[in-house]
Ligand binder design. Structure first.
Ligand code: FAD
Ligand code: MG
Length: 314
């Protein structure tokens, strides 16, 4: 278990086992730097020093923070890694989740603003402008770990592999038999491993976000872990799952969370404006939408997903 999730590495060819070991080493190293679930990581230092002083960071942290800011701007704040104080208050995905009082949420919301994350790339430092502010990389760091995993595999001569970091799938090359890798899109209302459909790809990241893995129910309401930085509550955009297909997993990860918050219309608009990025959107009224570029690649499993409708024309 790394980064709070189960990670699998399927690598093929000579040295595959050794290469896979190196992947786990690299992921464990990244977890130590980037986690906020343990004290003493670089990101934990950044949070501890909020409003006090800038902290020295490794190029890994800097890279992820720069990407996080890029997607905060691109999504106009729907994606915001300074969401940390609210993530802590809700505590979703732990043994003690809770629904904070509205006043508490409104108070903490004042701390959420990616513009207060100041990055000094020349000096390898970053700084959070105000006390109490907190960065949380839960929406982007697994993506970076996926990209780094592929890098390690390539450096070790591997040409065919699939890495799965709890719903963040990255494939290298094609399958050992030369066919494309087939990646399932989880049915958000069925058990894990039941798919709405599949897509077949090579050299791509396929990353999903949803309301079905980390959530809790209270008084009949589903409270999930993707928070809307405008309200402080779980995003209520009409979507229950989003999947992004892109060349790099860090981009796919940041975007899957971004579009989940943005909703179908704005999320679709954002993805269609980006080169080489495709998406699958699932709405709470159980409709499945895909971007233009996926129409020939996405295979919908109607038999297994009877209450879902694939909407091919919008
Ligand atoms: P995504 O949709 O990619 O991201 C959702 C997550 O992003 C939320 O859980 C929250 O952390 C954050 N977020 C919420 N709203 C927003 C927003 N609007 N903008 C930006 N970010 C947002 N889990 C454990 O249970 N135990 C651990 O010890 C643990 N350690 C971890 C260490 C690291 C380095 C990382 C990256 C994750 C770790 N996790 C751990 C998991 C983490 O808490 C998240 O649950 C997980 O990363 C969510 O990934 P996802 O792909 O399901 O969702
Ligand atoms: Mg994400």
């Amino acid at each position: 278990m790394y980064m709070g999730t189960i990670i699998t590495v399927k690598a093929y060819g000579k040295n595959a086992d050794k290469a896979a070991d190196k992947v786990f080493k690299r992921i464990s190293e990244l977890e130590e730097i980037l986690t906020v679930n343990d004290t003493g990581s670089e990101i934990d230092d950044l949070n501890d020093m909020a409003g006090i002083v800038e902290v020295k960071l490794s190029s890994d942290s800097l890279y992820v923070l720069n990407k996080a800011k890029e997607y905060a701007e691109l999504s106009e704040g729907a994606f915001d890694v300074t969401i940390g104080p609210l993530v802590k208050a809700w505590n979703i995905g732990t043994d003690n989740p809770r629904v904070p009082l509205k006043d508490e949420i409104d108070e903490l919301l004042k701390l959420v603003d990616f513009r207060d994350l100041k990055i000094d790339n020349a000096n390898h430092t970053a700084y959070l402008a105000r006390r109490g502010q907190m960065v949380d990389l839960g929406g982007i760091a697994k993506g970076y770990a996926g990209d780094e995993a592929i890098k390690v595999l390539k450096e070790n001569g591997i040409e065919s592999a699939l890495v799965n970091l709890g719903g963040n799938v990255v494939v290298l090359g094609s399958k050992p038999d030369g066919n494309l890798w087939t990646v399932g899109i989880q049915n958000p209302r069925e058990a894990a491993g039941k798919y709405l459909g599949t897509i077949s790809v090579r050299d791509k990241a396929v990353v999903s976000s949803g309301d079905y893995e980390r959530y809790f129910m209270k008084d009949g309401v589903r409270y999930h872990h993707i928070l809307d930085p405008r309200t402080g509550y779980p995003a209520d955009s009409g979507l229950i799952s989003t999947t992004i297909i892109a060349d790099s997993a860090i981009d796919a990860d940041a975007l899957s969370t971004s579009v989940f918050v943005l909703g179908l219309e704005n999320g679709m608009k954002l993805v269609e404006s980006l080169d080489g990025v495709e998406a699958v959107f699932v709405t709470e009224d159980k409709k499945v939408y895909v971007t233009e570029g996926l129409k020939d690649i996405f295979i919908f499993y109607q038999e297994d997903s009877k209450d879902f409708t694939y909407v091919e024309e919008r």
